[in-house]
Design a protein around this ligand. Structure first.
Ligand SMILES: *Cc1c(COP(=O)(O)O)cnc(C)c1O
Ligand SMILES: [Zn+2]
Length: 424
């Protein structure tokens, strides 16, 4: 990326410093540069755009003195220096849990779970929405919108409510009921669409082209949205004592999160905030929607779209926008992309809950089950320091384990009844 050749922001509508240290947008496919604005496709080749920066000097002390949210990384994000003074959900700085019990069970030496279920709407999506909301505000866009597989719907509706702006959220009609209710409760307009996520996404792109001033967080302000995922990398490194782990396992839907975690780790090394030690990134998918894992195994560079059929609905994107970049990242770092069956996903949810007291949604089940699988296949080194991301909360996908867990017995309220049941 030739960020240094970009002139500083020349965006007519935004105030000075509206995007912090960001200086422009760069095409990930051909490198063509464009000014900051509500753009997401390259004017030359229609490739995806990415935010470029001129960072200058950033120190650990400066970051550590910041708020306990993603805004401590403001100098590394396309947001203004006074970002914390605007009403938003202040996501991030979620716990990094040393998972010794799970490590023992899997024969591992050194395992951590980055638990993003602790975000305001209980998934990592609060991070990306917070950055997209800032971009929308600075660009004078008045409506926050998205097509969503569920968690993004929660995050957009909540962030818009808190910011006091309108939201319009589009979801596939067959979404888990808890995710529908936990979006609708924030107000705003929730639209259920007869179709799968890829149909919803297509509709949203069409509307984005018609409705000026609507910020579809993952469509027309996607370059800014995507930068929010870098904060997972920053936090993980900072919480490890400013170190990069040797292996990271990340769930893949559109693939944006995985590719931006790689970008974030690279930035930390370049800025000298951590030692630029090598790391491997692994992608996790559910077999019922595993186009990237399939392409990885087949050695292909292109990702052939599939029709999703899995309980991991938050990852059910059949035509992932960042699929090719996930393949590149995992191959380049020496990682892999693997997939697991829905039954393995349920096992993964229960395994994490039983060993670490962390209740993950289906996406977390995918990640834990994939971790187990790639240890068995020899792709992941059980001796090396490993971080797995739990990106969402099990309370939103209760149906996944509803047939598997419950009370050991139902008894009368007497001591003899308890002993007769022979439970412990
Ligand atoms: C959206 C989502 C992901 C993956 O996000 P992408 O950036 O689209 O790959 C992972 N986990 C959960 C819980 C999600 O909601
Ligand atoms: Zn291009």
């Amino acid at each position: 990326m030739s960020a240094s050749t970009l002139e500083s922001t020349d965006c007519t509508t935004a105030r000075p410093g509206a995007f912090g240290n960001a200086i422009g947008l760069v095409c990930r496919a051909c490198g063509t540069e464009q000014e900051l604005g509500p753009h997401y496709a390259c004017i030359e080749c229609f490739g995806p755009l990415e935010v470029a920066y001129d960072f200058g000097t950033i120190t650990r002390e400066q970051i550590e003195a910041g708020p306990k949210s993603i805004w401590r990384y403001q100098p590394l994000l396309p947001v203004p220096a006074d970002i914390a003074s605007f009403p938003n959900t202040d996501p991030g700085f979620t716990r990094l849990v040393k998972a010794d019990n799970l490590a023992r069970e899997l024969g591992m030496k050194n395992l951590w779970v980055k638990d993003d279920s602790g975000n305001p709407t209980h998934s990592f999506k609060d991070r990306v929405v917070a950055v997209a909301l800032s971009a929308a505000r600075e660009l004078g866009m008045k409506v926050l919108a998205c097509p969503s597989t569920g968690n993004l719907a929660n995050a957009v509706a909540a962030a818009a409510a808190r910011a006091g702006i309108k939201s319009v959220v589009f979801i596939p009609e067959n979404l888990e009921r808890p995710k529908i209710l936990t979006t609708a409760v924030y107000g705003g307009t929730l639209v259920a669409v007869r179709g799968n996520y890829d149909d919803v996404n297509k509709l949203a792109s069409e509307i984005a082209g018609e409705e000026e001033g609507w910020a579809f967080v993952n469509v027309n302000v996607r370059p800014y949205y995507a930068e929010g995922s870098k904060t997972l990398a920053y936090e993980t490194a900072e919480q490890l004592g400013w170190r990069i782990p040797e292996q990271i396992v990340i769930p893949v839907a559109s693939g944006s999160q995985l590719t931006k975690v790689d970008k974030g780790l690279t930035e930390l090394g370049k800025l000298g905030l951590v030692e630029a030690t090598p790391y491997k990134i692994f992608g996790a998918q559910a077999t019922g929607c595993s186009p990237v894992a399939q392409a990885f195994r087949d050695g292909h560079d292109v990702v052939r779209p599939v029709k999703p059929d899995t309980i991991a609905k938050s990852l059910a994107i059949g035509n992932p926008a960042d699929g090719p970049y996930v393949l590149d990242t995992c191959r380049r770092t020496g990682g892999a992309v693997e997939d697991v069956s829905d039954d393995e996903v349920r096992d993964g949810i229960q395994l994490l809950a039983r060993t670490e007291g962390i209740f993950a949604e289906t996406a977390g089940g995918v990640t834990i089950a994939t971790l187990k699988k790639i240890i068995a296949t020899g792709q992941l080194d059980p001796e090396a320091e490993t971080v797995v991301f739990n990106t969402g909360d099990g309370l939103k996908t209760l149906d996944a384990i509803a047939d598997r867990v419950g009370p050991a017995a139902t008894i009368d309220p007497t001591y003899p009844a308890f002993t007769a049941a022979n439970l412990v």
